[in-house]
Write a protein that binds this ligand. Structure first.
Ligand code: EPZ
Length: 431
């Protein structure tokens, strides 16, 4: 099985180019299936979750062509099946966006209950509440979510919980409903705005994305478009924290600095220097990190998807830090693995990590429990004394394009190995 072999201790130095946002691309693919005309999508990240979603779409008759590594051409003029039950779709969250898309276009959709990273129970009640408010009948049967409507009518919907997925899904269905839909207490993440911008470029009439209230005037049909996906702010934030943890100096290119404000604020708080330009951010970490408090919150708060990465930095800070996870109930699974490298962290009540900083990490064999936890363990290993291996990297490959290659280009000693023999060879090579 593939794993990363890492020799820690090198500060990361250099430039890294950020790919398009996975969590924007997934719903944008679903939205692209709302028109029978051809859609061209650029800045698509080349990561596993994207392949799974595109395969599922091919399976129901969508023409999907990779024009180049980051450009997808899609035509959904010949969809022959509104039931999406590809087994692999159970493993990705983004597959449920086909519900909102097909409910809007065909007034009917059946999609397998979604999976995604195991970071706590991940409800879908707000999606269903929104579809029902638009006039759909929704049931869950034989592992499928089935939604059907004679007609979709605009409605006034209050989301009881701020949810990225529910906001996007209901926004998509409402795009092709009759009349006006108002969604309140919306998620404001950059990818919500990106999906709205994509739909508007196809002829939708969506206003207010990025605020608490989104207003959607339904249109009869959507047309083709050409669209570029926003940069992935979580990938960017991960490299920014990698610089902090390894005491490096990294220029993170192709980003929207505004999307990274909460990440930048925390890096400044823990003592890094951060310089922003139009589309890049440089992080310089000349000293060990300082302790602080963090609470994950919906955007513009500190992202839950950056929680493991900041914890890895704080576990090296002098003094006690507290990290509170307020979005997902089980997102500290990586902490036990980090303890193998010497971290001193107690998780209380499932949502609060009390971190007593240690001076250094020491290399160990660890297992990635999920996407962001896995990336954070790699960063820790890059700062650790000696050798580490990180297993189950399939999770990391779900969301990071060329992770080890980009890290290598920043001077990291990291390689993909398959066998113990490969690991020994790596050790000899870098010793
Ligand atoms: C998206 O998940 C992302 N996934 C996650 O990215 C990210 O962590 C999360 O948003 C928060 O930013 C994708 O975009 C594919 P939510 P999503 O609906 O949409 C509860 C990553 O590492 N909730 O905003 O599933 C839910 O249980 C990942 O890239 C309900 O109770 O997140 C959670 O506690 C992992 N009922 C909270 O809301 C609902 O109907 C936020 O979930 C919907 C959600």
């Amino acid at each position: 099985m593939e794993q990363y072999a890492i020799k820690g201790g090198n500060p990361l130095v250099g430039e890294v180019e950020i790919a398009g946002a996975k969590n924007a691309a997934l719903p944008i693919f679903a939205a692209a299936a709302m028109t029978e005309e051809t859609v061209y999508i650029d800045n698509v990240p080349d990561v596993r979750d994207i392949d799974v979603m595109l395969d599922a779409m091919r399976g129901i008759g969508v023409m999907v062509k990779k024009a180049d590594r980051h450009r997808i051409v899609m035509n959904a003029g010949n969809i022959h099946n509104l039931t999406v039950e590809d087994d692999r779709c159970k493993k990705i969250r983004g597959s449920y966006y086909l519900l909102g898309a097909f409910l809007g276009r065909y007034k009917s959709a059946e999609v397998v209950l979604p999976g995604g990273c195991d970071i706590g129970s991940r409800g879908i009640d707000q999606h269903l509440k929104g579809f029902r408010a638009l006039g759909a009948e929704v049931i869950i049967e034989h592992g499928l979510i089935k939604a059907r409507a004679a007609q979709l009518r605009g409605s006034h919907i209050y989301m009881d919980k701020v949810s990225v997925g529910a906001t996007i899904n209901v926004m998509m269905a409402a795009t092709l409903a009759e009349g006006m839909t108002i969604i309140e207490n919306c998620a404001k993440e950059p990818h919500v705005v990106d999906v709205a911008n994509f739909l508007n470029s196809c002829g939708a009439n969506i206003k207010g994305a990025g605020t608490d209230v989104i207003r959607i005037r339904g249109v009869a049909r959507l047309h083709g478009t050409e669209y570029g996906i926003i940069p992935d702010q979580i990938e960017a934030g991960t490299y920014m924290f990698a610089a902090a943890v390894t005491r490096g100096d990294v220029l993170v290119k192709n980003v929207i600095p505004k999307h990274l404000e909460s990440v930048t604020a925390k890096l400044l708080e823990i003592g890094c220097e951060v310089e922003e330009a139009d589309d890049c951010i440089r992080v310089v970490a000349a000293r060990p990190p300082m302790h602080t408090q963090v609470r994950t919150l919906p955007y513009p708060g500190f992202p839950t998807d950056m929680q493991p990465q900041i914890t890895v930095a704080l576990a090296l800070a002098k003094g006690t830090s507290i990290v509170t996870e307020s979005i997902f109930e089980n997102r500290f699974k990586y902490v036990d693995e980090l303890a193998r490298m010497g971290a001193d962290i107690k998780v209380e009540g499932g949502d609060t990590a009390i971190i007593d900083g240690v001076g250094k990490y020491t290399g160990a064999s660890v297992t990635a429990p999920d996407l962001r936890g896995g990336a954070a363990l790699v960063i820790a290993a890059l700062a650790a004394e000696g050798f580490s291996t990180v297993d189950d990297i399939k999770y990391i490959e779900r969301g990071y394009e060329d992770f080890h290659l980009k890290l290598q280009s920043l001077g990291a000693q990291i390689e993909l190995v398959e066998t113990d023999k490969d690991f020994q060879k790596f050790k000899l090579k870098v010793s």
